[in-house]
Design a protein around this ligand. Structure first.
Ligand code: PMV
Length: 356
């Protein structure tokens, strides 16, 4: 894969401060399985969210040390345990942003969602930081156009956390080479495009916080267990087939078919976990109880509410904006008892990252 278009040159350093907000995203077609350097084994598609986001400010100060040099603050406090992950990120990306050696970076980051809510922040945080880096690069090289700006930010974010590639733009993005979108790439995510049915631009995502603790198996470990997994090749094929089936549904707005594929993908992701060696289970009894409740509710009411799952026990409830009222009372009365401290977060599909 040719990554040369993403390799910048150096330029005379400038002092610069910038702040970006990047949202989290929730995959409908799941990415699970990768190869170096952070390339997906199958294409994925996600809703970009609105309320669950990371805000990151970077103060770039020129220096003459000729090394990568940064300080990191999370909600105003230094976090030494975050440093190794960031160092690894900079190691992976410095070839593409060689000007980085001429700067000291002061990075300030905060999440909109509660700390330890079980919501992964790697997508939004890597996207927000990558946008700050790309922003400085655009100041250094003003000929960079907006399309390339988004691609480069997604390219860098991907090297931090695969799914972060999908947190730059909205409302729906695709990451991974696929037959349907001719400009798709394994290197960065692209927007779904103008043919998206309007119902999905206002789709709702309520995140039921079933387990707010940290995961017993990280997504890095989970991805690694796809190497040599007996069902891996079939899973990668299934994801591509499901994507090809989902794209026309995203255009037509056929919600019954949407629900079928989205739930199939969520359960297929967790099936890979159940059948890895060593095997593991990230769902909790309450995750299953919620799924049963959703299925009963749908059968009784025909309201198009469905679920998807991330690599964790929390349940994302997906539904059209026009069904908000009935679903909110269902959540409050029937589903909140299965959430830790009855907590859940309202979110919705959004338009992508923003400069603050
Ligand atoms: O970006 P990572 O390495 O945290 O992997 C994300 C994996 C899933 O969230 C389970 C699926 C996805 O496509 O977002």
């Amino acid at each position: 894969m040719d990554t040369t278009p993403f390799i910048a040159t150096t330029a005379i350093p400038i002092k610069y401060t910038t702040t970006w907000e990047a949202p989290s995203n929730i995959a409908l077609i799941k990415y699970w399985g990768k190869y170096e350097p952070q390339l997906p084994k199958n294409p994925s598609l996600s809703f970009t969210l609105t309320s669950s986001k990371t805000k990151t400010k970077v103060i770039f100060t020129p220096h003459t040390k000729n090394e990568i040099d940064f300080e990191f603050y999370f909600h105003g406090e230094t976090k030494p345990d975050f440093k190794p992950k960031l160092s690894k990120f900079f190691d992976r990306i410095h070839n593409y942003i060689p000007w980085i050696f001429k700067y000291h970076l002061e990075i300030h980051s905060e999440n909109s969602f509660p700390h330890s809510s079980g919501i992964a922040s790697s997508a939004s945080s890597m996207a927000a930081l990558s946008l700050c880096l790309t922003d400085l690069e655009q100041q250094l090289f003003p000929e960079m156009d907006q399309a390339f700006f988004s691609q480069k930010a997604s390219f860098l974010a991907r090297l931090g956390s695969g799914s972060a590639a999908r947190s730059i733009q909205g409302p729906v993005t695709l990451w991974g080479k696929n037959e349907i979108h001719k400009n798709s790439s394994d290197l960065f995510a692209v927007p779904f495009g103008t043919s998206l049915n309007p119902v999905f631009k206002e789709y709702q995502d309520t995140i039921l916080l079933v387990d707010k603790g940290s995961k017993s198996v990280s997504s890095t470990q989970g991805h690694n267990l796809m190497h040599g997994h007996p069902f891996a090749e079939n899973r990668f094929q299934q994801a591509s087939t499901n994507l090809n089936a989902l794209v026309p549904i995203m255009e037509s707005g056929a919600l019954e078919d949407f629900i079928h594929l989205v739930e199939l993908e969520a359960l297929s992701l967790h099936a890979m976990m159940l059948t890895s060696s060593p095997y593991f289970i990230l769902m909790q009894p309450n995750t299953l109880a919620i799924i049963q409740k959703i299925w009963e509710f749908r059968k009784e009411t025909s309201v198009p509410l469905c679920f998807t799952l991330d690599a964790g026990a929390n349940v994302h409830l997906l539904y059209p904006n026009q069904n908000i009222e009935v679903i909110h009372s269902f959540i409050k009365e029937e589903l909140s008892p299965y959430c830790q401290n009855r907590q859940y977060l309202f979110d919705a599909v959004g338009t992508g990252a923003k400069k603050v």
